[in-house]
Design a protein around this ligand. Structure first.
Ligand code: MN
Length: 194
C-alpha cells in the first residue's frame, strides 16, 4: 500500500506564488489519482510490497508494466517536486552550490536561462531537473512520467511542467511559471543537501 506523502507546507503557504487552489487540485486530485491508481495496479503483484523507488526502477522499460510505471513515476516525481519548494524560497543557492553552478554554467543567470529554455522546449508534458551526473551538474528534461531515478541519477530539484501544475495560476504562460519558481519557490537549502 502506497500512502500519500504529506505536503511539507500548508496548501496556502506558497501563496501568492502558488495558489492554494492549484495545490488543492495538483496535490489533492492529480497526485492522489496517481497514488490511488498505483495501489490498484500493484495490488496482488510483486510490486505491492516494494519501496516506491524500486517499483519505479523495476517497472521501467517493460511494456506490460507501462501504466504501472507511469503512475509510480508520477508519484515519485510529484513527491520530489513538493520537496523542491518552500515558503520564501527562490533567490540564490548556498555559497558552495552557487559556486559550482557558476563554474559549470558560466553564471547563475546563464544557468537560470538554460533551465528556463529547457522548460519552454519540453514539448507537451514532463519535468525539468537539475541532476548530478558523473560528478557534474546537468539540466535534464524528461517526458511524461520519466524520471532520472531510472538512470541512477541524483536530482537536486525538479520543476513540474505538466500543464496541470500551472494552468490555474499562469494559464499558458509556462515562462512566467518558471521565473516565479526561480524567484520565489525553489528550496535551495534542500537542493544543496542533495
Ligand atoms: Mn503534476
Amino acid at each position: 500500500m502506497f500512502a500519500m506523502t504529506p505536503l511539507p507546507y500548508d496548501m496556502s503557504a506558497l501563496e501568492p506564488y502558488m495558489s492554494a487552489r492549484t495545490l488543492e487540485f495538483h496535490y489533492g486530485r492529480h497526485y492522489k489519482t496517481y497514488v490511488d491508481t498505483l495501489n490498484k495496479l500493484a495490488k496482488g503483484t510483486r510490486f505491492e510490497n516494494m519501496s516506491l523507488p524500486d517499483v519505479v526502477r523495476e517497472s521501467y522499460g517493460h511494456e506490460e508494466y507501462q501504466t504501472l510505471f507511469n503512475n509510480a513515476g508520477q508519484v515519485w516525481n510529484h513527491e520530489f517536486f513538493w520537496q523542491s519548494m518552500k515558503l520564501a524560497g527562490g533567490g540564490l543557492p548556498p555559497e558552495s552550490l552557487q559556486t559550482e553552478i557558476e563554474r559549470q554554467f558560466g553564471s547563475f543567470e546563464a544557468f537560470r536561462e538554460e533551465f528556463k529554455k529547457a522548460a519552454l522546449s519540453q514539448f507537451g508534458s514532463g519535468w525539468i531537473w537539475l541532476v548530478r551526473k558523473d560528478g557534474k551538474l546537468r539540466i535534464l528534461k524528461t517526458a511524461n512520467a520519466d524520471t532520472p531515478l531510472t538512470a541512477g541519477l541524483q536530482p537536486l530539484f525538479t520543476l513540474d511542467v505538466w500543464e496541470h501544475a500551472y494552468y490555474l495560476d499562469f494559464q499558458n504562460r509556462r515562462a512566467d511559471y518558471a521565473d516565479n519558481f526561480f524567484e520565489h519557490l525553489i528550496d535551495w537549502q534542500r537542493a544543496a543537501m542533495r
